[in-house]
Design a protein around this ligand. Structure first.
Ligand code: ZN
Length: 251
């Protein structure tokens, strides 16, 4: 990105602050892959691989269909997905938000849409502009098959940085979105050192996670390893209960 930025500056005489966004929008028509520099986790090399096979059908449609918007509002009961306020009772205006932004590979389909009040929509946009330089890390994480991998790889890319809970919830892509606490507990059980901190900012209470150290992914993947640990814990508890029963019978 540094080289691209330098080249744009030498050609046009000014730096382009929207470069990350431009690069992401290229992906509507082109195959661009990003390779993470193993020594600098936040540094990527971009490779243009050619046109997308479906490039001619991709007309960069930026707005969801009216029927999907209507379905989304209905599904969420005409409430803001973040704060629960409604136009009827709270006089808020709802906008249709892409849970995963289009530039990060999110779709225009109903399952990627949610209503947000203008306030929460602005907060989300601010979150993304704060993390514009981490867009590539987000995109790479989002492409992974399991929530632990997605959260873990994002934290690794941003190691030592306080990552807002909302960004983690976004890559987690889970139904209980907004609360990655359980996943954090599971990553810690795998030996990861993750620190949680909270701050108040106006009406909002913000929560951050910072990765201090991590372990390589266990063989077979984190999901299987966590399931094994869970199973072992249940057995130990059952054994303990049986022992207590036996002791009680003896006395
Ligand atoms: Zn809201």
């Amino acid at each position: 990105m540094g080289e691209i930025r330098g080249r744009v500056r030498s050609l046009s005489g000014k730096s382009n602050l929207q470069l990350d966004r431009r690069l992401r929008s290229l992906r509507t028509f082109f195959l661009v892959s990003a390779v993470r520099d193993p020594d600098h986790r936040q540094r990527f090399t971009y490779v243009l691989r050619g046109w997308r096979p479906d490039a001619d059908q991709r007309t960069a449609r930026r707005a969801p269909r009216a029927s999907d918007r209507a379905l989304t509002l209905h599904t969420y009961g005409y409430r803001c997905a973040a704060c629960g306020r409604t136009p009827k009772d709270d006089h808020v205006k709802l906008v249709i938000d892409h849970k995963i932004p289009l530039e990060l590979g999110g779709s225009n389909e109903a399952d990627n849409l949610q209503p947000l009040c203008e306030e929460d929509n602005h907060a989300k946009q601010a979150l993304f502009s704060d993390h514009e330089e981490n867009a590539e890390a987000l995109r790479v994480s989002l492409s992974l098959p399991d929530a632990h991998l997605r959260i873990g790889e994002l934290l690794k890319a941003l190691e030592g940085i306080e990552v807002p809970k909302e960004l983690i919830a976004l890559v987690a892509r889970e139904e209980n979105h907004g609360d990655p606490t359980k996943r954090m507990r599971e990553l810690r059980a795998l030996g990861w050192k993750i620190k949680n901190s909270r701050r108040k900012e106006g009406r909002r209470s913000l929560s951050f996670y910072r990765l201090d150290s991590w372990e390589p992914w266990p063989p077979g993947g984190p999901k299987a390893a966590i399931a094994r640990m869970e199973h072992a814990r249940k057995q130990a508890r059952r054994l303990e209960a049986q022992t207590t029963d036996a002791q009680e019978r003896e006395t």
